[in-house]
Write a protein that binds this ligand. Structure first.
Ligand code: ZN
Length: 276
């Protein structure tokens, strides 16, 4: 089994990332899976090399090490050829088209297919979409059980490249998971609604067996509410600068996501204990 830790270098490592790392490394160690690192910098405007350096440094300090090492670093910004090849593969068997609708015209999350009859005009700036036919996707989340989603109702025809020429998160992550042969995806509950559409897209790209999924709880405050943005955004380097140890940072994140009742120090090497 192969899983991945895939941060976006659009800011510093915070407690939300630590919760994800605890689940990724903890579950991987408990089940004998290996962990790959992937830098999800598909957003070329918000991603910065200094954030990437800081994320990797903070991850090292915490003690979470990818199994294959990190050289060369797998970065979405270096994988244009791989995404272009996947787009070609998709175009051979499915309807991919150019859409010039504005956000305002679409008016919500679901795109109803207004430009479906258009050809694939490569000359003008536009969003590339792939047609999603009606039908449900069923999958079993290792924590939440059986889930049914209907991508064509939820999001409609999926955007795979935006009008600035950037590959979308949904497309890049599916292509990467196929290319890196990821068989176990461990991520926060906030991404649960994306899973059906990603399974659909992966199948359209030729993946017969989808990865297994586990969506973990996000940070919660003492009253059980979702932790305030500022608390969830507490930077690992701020805590480190304040003299908090790596094991204490991991313990705080584990408590804030209800893996343990009260914070106590947990070294990175021992996170598997939380999942056995
Ligand atoms: Zn359109």
């Amino acid at each position: 089994m192969l899983t991945r830790f895939a941060p976006s270098p659009t800011g510093y490592l915070h407690l939300g990332h630590v919760v994800n790392a605890i689940h990724v490394w903890g579950i991987a160690r408990a089940r004998g899976a290996r962990v790959l690192l992937r830098v999800e910098d598909h957003d070329r405007i918000r991603s910065r090399p200094e954030y990437e350096r800081a994320l990797l440094e903070d991850l090292d300090w915490l003690g979470f090490a990818p199994d294959a090492g990190r050289q060369p670093i797998v970065r979405q910004s270096d994988r244009d050829t791989i995404y272009a090849a996947a787009l070609e593969r998709l175009r051979r068997t499915h309807h991919v088209y150019a859409c010039d609708c504005s956000r305002k015209t679409i008016g919500g999350e679901r795109y109803a297919g207004r430009c479906r009859s258009r050809s694939l005009d490569e000359s003008a700036p536009h969003t590339l979409r792939v047609q999603f036919d009606p039908g449900v996707e069923r999958f079993t989340d290792s924590r939440l059980g059986d889930i049914v989603q209907n991508p064509s109702e939820q999001c409609g025809d999926l955007a795979i490249r935006d009008r600035d020429g950037q590959w979308t998160y949904q497309f890049a992550v599916v292509v990467d998971d196929i290319d890196q042969q990821i068989t176990l995806v461990i991520r926060g509950e906030d991404l649960l609604s994306s899973t059906g559409r990603q399974i659909r897209l992966a199948r359209m790209l030729g993946r017969t067996e989808p990865p297994r999924f586990l969506h973990h709880p996000l940070l919660v405050g003492p009253t059980g509410d979702k932790l305030s943005k500022s608390a969830a955004d507490t930077g690992v380097r701020e805590l480190r600068a304040a003299g908090v140890s790596a094991a204490d940072v991991i313990g705080r994140a584990a408590a804030a996501s209800r893996l343990i009742h009260a914070p106590c120090p947990i070294p990175a090497a021992e996170v598997a204990r939380l999942f056995v």
